[in-house]
Design a protein around this ligand. Structure first.
Ligand SMILES: Cc1cc2nc3c(=O)[nH]c(=O)nc-3n(C[C@H](O)[C@H](O)[C@H](O)COP(=O)(O)OP(=O)(O)OC[C@H]3O[C@@H](n4cnc5c(N)ncnc54)[C@H](O)[C@@H]3O)c2cc1C
Length: 365
């Protein structure tokens, strides 16, 4: 006889782990992860920052609500961020400020003297910046482990090497089949499969939402002078690069966004070369070695907002997908909100100011 769970979560990245942690105290939960190690895909490949503006104004409420929790629980380390601009980027600087007006984020304009002080070696054409003083590094491994441990303490089971391969409705619930040959029954099926979210919808017989994975590359460089540990996260206002110090090295991304199939993403040489070329146009530092490079997938719904909610066409199918480039920094509020929807619980202090209708799968008709 198949085991029965109230809720089966597909995927044990930050999305699956965090929602399981919210659900486990109130329901029987299985988390099924296709890989041997949870976090093998996007969650283990992030650039590990929390920035209030990252993802745009539609994500800011999730960033802000999550930031308070992350800071209070010791998962953030203060860094600050600078969005650099040149004289010709004045319209983009203004547009950035206008876009975030009234969202509650903390931003301020800086001039050349401040930029030179914060980024020694900056080239002369970078004359303006918008600062996000509250930007911080996230302890991603610690946060992911915290959620996996909280889920287990709540009674959730985690099965790895266990890929969902079949799902059919039976009565008021689901009969699910997995790649390890096991089967189980479930009341609710949660789709936290990251880049594979549309595939999981297909397995469950419901309509995919057009969630598309985009490859993003990061390189680790040794530079001279050595990376100052207090350097802010440095981005440009046109979204062509970002870099930050990490353990005496520099993490640099060309901010690439190449659509691709869900896969074990690997960096392309061209993206690595573009990253280095762009860095050389920003600072006069000497690049001594390219020590590591990796790529991961950021998966977006067509409108680039995440998707949290029950599928309007398929009973018992819950979307927790489309976490894009902000899935770590939004995890606390997103998981709390999604857990409250599934368990039909009241909103709490963390989620009460968030308009969940903008994230509902029903918006796709
Ligand atoms: C280079 C890069 C930098 C980033 N930087 C940041 C950052 O600084 N801050 C930030 O907040 N975010 C950042 N992100 C985004 C963040 O990493 C993602 O939004 C987040 O990790 C998504 O989490 P997830 O759990 O949805 O996906 P994943 O971590 O990919 O987890 C999905 C899991 O589902 C499993 N799965 C898929 N199909 C099945 C199936 N059929 N059965 C069972 N399991 C299945 C997969 O094996 C996978 O482990 C970055 C991403 C990249 C690539």
């Amino acid at each position: 006889m198949s085991q029965h769970f109230d809720i089966v979560v597909i995927g044990a990245g930050i999305a699956g782990a965090s929602i399981a942690a919210e659900l486990a105290p109130s329901a029987s939960v299985l988390v099924a992860e296709g890989e041997k190690f949870p976090g093998y895909h996007s969650t283990g490949r992030s650039a590990a920052f929390w920035a209030e503006c990252y993802g745009g104004p539609g994500i800011a409420p999730l960033n802000l609500a999550s930031g308070t929790w992350l800071r209070d629980n010791g998962f953030l380390r203060q860094r600050g961020a600078l969005h650099l601009a040149r004289e010709e980027d004045a319209a983009q600087v203004q547009a950035f400020e206008d876009e975030f007006a009234g969202t509650g984020v903390t931003i301020e304009r800086l001039g050349r003297d401040d930029i030179e002080r914060l980024v020694p070696g900056i080239r002369p054409e970078w004359t303006h910046a918008i600062s996000e003083p509250l930007c911080a590094d996230i302890d991603v491994g610690g946060l992911h482990q915290h959620y996996l441990a909280t889920a287990r303490q709540g009674g959730a089971q985690l099965r790895t090497n266990c890929r969902l391969t079949a799902a059919r409705r039976e009565g008021a619930g689901w009969v699910l089949g997995f790649s390890d040959g096991s089967q189980c029954k479930a009341g609710v099926l949660v789709n936290a499969a990251g880049a594979w979210a549309d595939q999981v919808a297909g397995i469950a017989g419901t309509k995919p939402l057009g969630i598309t994975p985009y490859r993003r590359t990061v390189v680790q460089l040794r530079v001279d002078p050595p990376s100052d540990p207090d350097l802010p996260l440095v981005l440009d206002i046109g979204a062509n690069f970002y870099f930050k110090p990490e353990s005496g090295r520099l993490w640099l991304s060309p901010h690439d966004e190449t659509p691709c199939e869900p896969c074990d993403a690997a960096p392309e040489e061209l993206d690595v070369a573009i990253a280095i070329d762009r860095l050389e146009k920003v600072v006069d530092w000497k690049i001594e070695a390219l020590e590591r490079k990796w790529a991961g997938l950021r998966s977006f719904a067509p409108d680039r907002l995440p998707v949290y909610g029950f599928d309007p066409l398929c009973d018992g199918f819950f979307w927790f997908a489309g976490q894009g480039g902000f899935g770590i920094q939004t995890a606390p509020a997103a998981a709390r909100l999604a857990g409250q929807i599934i368990l039909r619980q009241q909103r709490d202090a963390m989620t009460q100011g968030i308009d969940v209708s903008v994230y509902s799968p029903a918006r796709f008709g």
